[in-house]
Design a protein around this ligand. Structure first.
Ligand code: PGA
Length: 312
């Protein structure tokens, strides 16, 4: 071992010394460590001989730790802290072999997240993936309750300390039934939306939040005809002529006609949003999750084709 000399003392002795110095008493240290007093005294004597230094001195009927003992205690605490980090890393290492990645994605991510996770599992075959797909508010709750470590969403909450890695674009498009008269137009004024029947996702949906923010900003007042709990239900209802809706471009086929819908070129659409990979900055990520973040940084998910995404 090059220049580092292994210590001539043991962790047991150091643990005892730490308690003796902290408590200022052999008797109390023995009680705390569940040892006999002679054992504690013997360990202190062994330390003193190994270091050739006095560690305790008699005072009245008790003892007082010397300055050298204080120094040794501080050194021992550093070593214990270092050892603890080693044990955590070791646990994480085992965790990576048999570990679990707990991740949640907002509803629209179901169109790509499996493909995306697949690349990670290819390089980390020992990791189980626990994937939850839910609307935005439910994903936020999972983060708050530590049910998951990582989340993919476009509108992270402001009330949690989060690390954020931007992922791909998430254009939100306005759709109507295939053959809708606006579909062939070059551009349709925003105000044409006033009085139109609109289908909305359920409260708690990020898509709904973004749509409401758009309508509010421009003072538009469509009529909300129905609230539906999924992108698929929205698409079917739009195709059936129940109303117009705002959905992620990722929720539609490359040719939206395959879904029985058309992109409507109303000014302001698509609403340009972006998905983010987020995790709590006040939590230590498991090794499985750390590796996933590294993986995403090294292999960012593909951007959708810009023209198709915009519906141009
Ligand atoms: P949603 O999420 O499924 O809740 O509408 C959309 C998003 O945040 O990307």
């Amino acid at each position: 071992m090059n220049k580092i000399r292994p210590p001539r003392v043991t962790f047991h002795q150091l643990r005892t010394l730490e308690a003796v110095v902290r408590l200022g008493s052999i008797t109390r240290a023995a009680a705390e460590l569940h040892l006999t007093q002679p054992t504690v005294s013997a360990q202190i004597h062994e330390l003193q001989s190994a270091l050739d230094t006095a560690l305790v001195e008699p005072v009245g009927r008790g003892i007082r730790p010397t300055e050298a003992a204080q120094l040794l205690r501080a050194t021992a605490l550093d070593m214990f802290a270092r050892w603890q980090r080693f044990e955590e890393d070791l646990q994480a290492l085992h965790g990576l072999e048999r570990g679990r990645l707990r991740i949640a994605g907002v509803t629209t991510t179901e169109y790509f997240i499996a493909r995306w996770l697949r690349r990670y599992t290819d390089s980390h075959p020992g990791i189980d993936i626990e994937l939850a797909v839910d609307n935005r508010d439910a994903v936020v709750r999972r983060l708050q309750q530590d049910d998951i470590e990582l989340a993919v969403m476009m509108m992270p909450p402001d009330n949690l300390p989060l690390h954020r890695v931007p992922l791909m674009r998430n254009p939100l498009v306005l759709i109507g039934p295939a053959g809708h008269p606006w579909a062939g137009a070059h551009r349709v004024a925003r105000t044409a939306l006033n009085g139109q029947a609109l289908l909305m996702r359920e409260p708690g949906s990020g898509t709904r939040l973004a749509t409401e923010a758009y309508l509010h900003t421009h003072g538009l007042t469509p009529t909300v005809r129905a609230t539906l709990g999924s992108n698929e239900a929205i698409k079917h209802a739009v195709a059936a002529g129940l109303g117009l809706a705002v959905v992620s471009r990722h929720a539609l086929a490359a040719d939206p006609a395959h879904d029985g819908v058309a992109l409507l070129p109303v000014v302001g659409f698509p609403i340009e949003r972006r998905w983010l990979l987020v995790w709590r900055s006040d939590r230590r990520l498991s090794l499985a999750a750390q590796r996933f973040v590294e993986h995403v940084r090294a292999h960012p998910p593909d951007e959708p084709d810009t023209a198709a995404a915009a519906g141009a």
